[in-house]
Design a protein around this ligand. Structure first.
Ligand code: RIB
Length: 294
């Protein structure tokens, strides 16, 4: 069984600001840093750090060549990554004094996927292989359809949520991993309990992992429902906390660990990620997670 993450690669420009800039306001940033990120890349890093061999597919622009070396360092397979002409995906991220963030995303190369490229990548995978997807690339509906037709198991992190997701056949998704805001946007419901009920009604066979930030997380599948509290840490930068959770959660699923253990490990990993600045750079190793007592 192979794991493919078909996802975004962004150059993140992170600005430390006193507060998230308001409409019409200009503020001075206290620090600026440049990091490799993107929900796709971060989740591949999290999978690798959680001990899962992962193939990353996706496109970088001409100034994104650092991603290849970084993938090698993290142990991510780049066989199916490609470089295209034009700008790489990039973001402008504000991080306030409480560690909360606000992100402007320019899709760049992440939106240059073609059906031919998708077919070429997927031709290397077969039934029972796993594909992880987020919503920072184009051709998502096509990727879902083709992966499903091959019998691959589809894990979707519908983040960031936008109307493009309405074109996807969500009935083909085996595992949803999303936060409360995305849950509200997808279902129109306003509380964790009603979001879970709506997913259960609409996608009764799918597993649902609903993260609630400091409020913990809820796993739901059929008759099984588990709540896990979040670990309390001093937040420095919440960027990639969700990506970290996603990677460690999937690692636990693939290793067929008990769900309580999976939730504890993924929650610890996400807590450790918020104590460090940056996106991929903040994702802990499994060995650090195992030592963390919370
Ligand atoms: O989830 C965090 C990521 O979201 C950042 O690395 C940024 O690239 C945005 O895509």
């Amino acid at each position: 069984m192979k794991v493919l993450n078909f996802g975004s690669l962004n150059l993140d420009y992170t600005y430390k600001v006193p507060h998230i800039v308001r409409e019409g306001e200009t503020i001075a940033a206290k620090e600026v840093s440049y990091n490799l990120g993107g929900k796709g890349f971060n989740q591949s890093v999290a999978l690798a750090r959680a001990g899962v061999p992962v193939y990353h597919a996706g496109l970088v622009g001409e100034e994104g060549l650092d991603f290849y070396d970084a993938c090698e360092t993290y142990g991510i397979k780049t066989n199916y990554m490609k470089t295209v002409t034009g700008r790489c995906g990039h973001t402008i991220i504000q991080v306030d004094e409480a560690g909360q963030n606000s992100i402007v995303l320019f899709g760049g190369a992440n939106y240059k996927n073609s059906k031919e490229y998708v077919d070429e990548v997927l031709s290397n995978f077969e039934a029972q292989d796993v594909i992880l997807l987020q919503n920072e690339i184009n051709e998502l509906p096509y990727i879902i359809d083709q992966a499903f037709a091959k019998g691959m198991s589809i894990i979707l992190n519908p983040s960031p949520y936008n109307e493009k997701l309405d074109e996807c056949d969500m009935g083909k998704v085996a595992v949803f991993i999303l936060n409360e805001t995305e849950g509200q946007q997808m279902t129109g419901m306003t509380t964790p309990a009603t979001i879970v009920s709506a997913f259960d009604a609409n996608f009764p066979n799918a597993k649902l992992m609903l993260t609630l930030g400091k409020g913990g997380c809820i796993f739901h599948h059929g008759d099984e429902e588990l709540y896990q509290a979040a670990f309390d840490v001093q937040a420095v930068d919440t960027t990639a906390a969700g990506d970290t959770f996603t990677g460690f959660f999937i690692a636990g699923l693939l290793k067929k660990q008990p769900m309580r253990d999976i939730l504890v490990t993924a929650s610890k990993a996400a807590a450790l990620a918020v104590t460090k600045p940056g996106a991929a750079a903040s994702i802990p190793f499994m060995s650090e997670v195992e030592l963390f007592e919370g």
